[in-house]
Design a binder for this molecule. Structure first.
Ligand SMILES: NCc1[nH]cc(CCC(=O)O)c1CC(=O)O
Length: 346
């Protein structure tokens, strides 16, 4: 009897679209796939995400179902995936990336066309920091909810605009409502934005082999660099971090302790593998922590296996420069523990 692969999915429009996309791709390659609905704490609880554990709550129920053998694979928005590796699971595919950009939905107006004092909704501290940097005269309003709910604030006139991921809008067929796509070098997207992560049990060779065909190495490299910036800055808690690698450049924007936005750009065209991508992400984070960001003391987290070609890689904890507080940025929290996320409610 042929095995039917059970793909665990949340019920939201975005989740089912993403899951169906992966299921269809696997079916085209000859696999049998069925969708299995998994309810997550984040879907049934209306409290602010930061209180119930950040966007990690969407991921952890699917991971639990995988580890319990209830489902065989799960599709996540890669930007919602905690940077720490998940024991017993494999990131078996990073497929082709959707539009990584952030988008403004503002009844036809661009950001520049919004009047002073206009009310712009986003729950993402990164988007708040970028908006304040570009237009300090706007009023940023914290919102959360699914994409539909957030678009509704503009349709009802309650808000003048909202900022959302272009990828989410494209996936659920609402991209026509976008009035401006922000340039990613300026309005730097969240690490992994627009990309998917497909996970399965680490020992499930059959599913791993099926998923390997969906993997796109260039996307895996880009998100490896972006996520290493995030991991090294210990930003899983509060520091808003944007990191995006296109074919040529790794763009980074971080909000410093004083509220100012600090930017970096590094050549990315010559980065040929995942290890070099992580090293580059680590190097940018180290540069930011030692030269760019003012604030309390802390540590830089190294890539899991620093390439041997980088003997000068610094110790994880430096004593000779500004450092981010390890008190407020614990390194070793479990993925499913309370964990405010930089994109929570975004
Ligand atoms: N923060 C929640 C979230 N997680 C993934 C997406 C959209 C698609 C993506 O970035 O892959 C969104 C919505 C948004 O940020 O507007």
């Amino acid at each position: 009897m042929t095995r039917v692969l059970r793909l665990g999915t949340r019920r939201s429009a975005l989740a089912t679209t993403q899951s169906s996309w992966v299921a269809d791709a696997l079916r085209r390659d000859g696999s049998q796939v069925e969708l299995v609905e998994v309810t997550t704490h984040g879907d049934v609880n209306r409290a602010p995400l930061a209180q119930i554990g950040g966007t990690g709550v969407f991921v952890s129920a699917l991971r639990d179902a995988l580890l319990a053998g209830e489902v065989d694979l799960a599709v996540h928005s890669l930007k919602d995936l905690p940077t720490a590796a998940a024991e017993g699971l494999a990131l078996a595919a990073v497929p082709e990336r959707e539009d990584p950009r952030d988008a403004l939905v503002a009844a036809g107006r661009t950001l520049a066309e919004l009047p002073a004092g206009a009310r712009v909704g986003t729950g993402s501290p990164r988007r708040q920091a970028l908006l304040q940097d570009l237009r300090p005269d706007l009023e940023v309003v914290a919102i959360r909810g699914n994409i539909d709910t957030r678009l509704g604030y503009v349709a009802s006139g309650e808000l003048d605009a909202v900022v959302l991921a272009a990828a989410g809008l494209a996936r659920i067929g609402r991209a026509a409502e976008v009035s401006e796509f922000f340039a990613p070098a300026t309005f730097v997207p969240a690490p992994g934005q627009g990309a998917l992560a497909v996970e399965c049990r680490a020992g499930d060779e059959e599913v791993r082999a099926a998923l390997a065909r969906l993997d796109v190495p260039a996307v895996r490299r880009a998100v490896a660099a972006e996520r290493q910036v995030l991991a090294s800055l210990e930003a899983g808690c509060s520091a808003p971090v944007g990191a995006y690698a296109d074919d040529r450049t790794l763009h980074v924007a971080v909000q410093a302790a004083d509220g100012a936005l600090v930017r970096r750009a590094r050549p990315f065209a010559t980065v040929a593998d995942e290890a070099s991508a992580r090293t580059l992400g680590f190097d940018v984070a180290r540069d930011l922590l030692t030269h760019g960001l003012s604030g309390p003391a802390g540590t830089v987290r190294r890539p899991e296996s620093p390439p041997a070609s980088r003997p000068g890689a610094p110790a994880a904890a430096r004593s000779d420069g500004p450092q981010v507080s390890s008190e407020n940025h614990p390194q070793d929290r479990p993925d499913d523990g309370p964990r405010p996320d930089p994109e929570s409610g975004s």
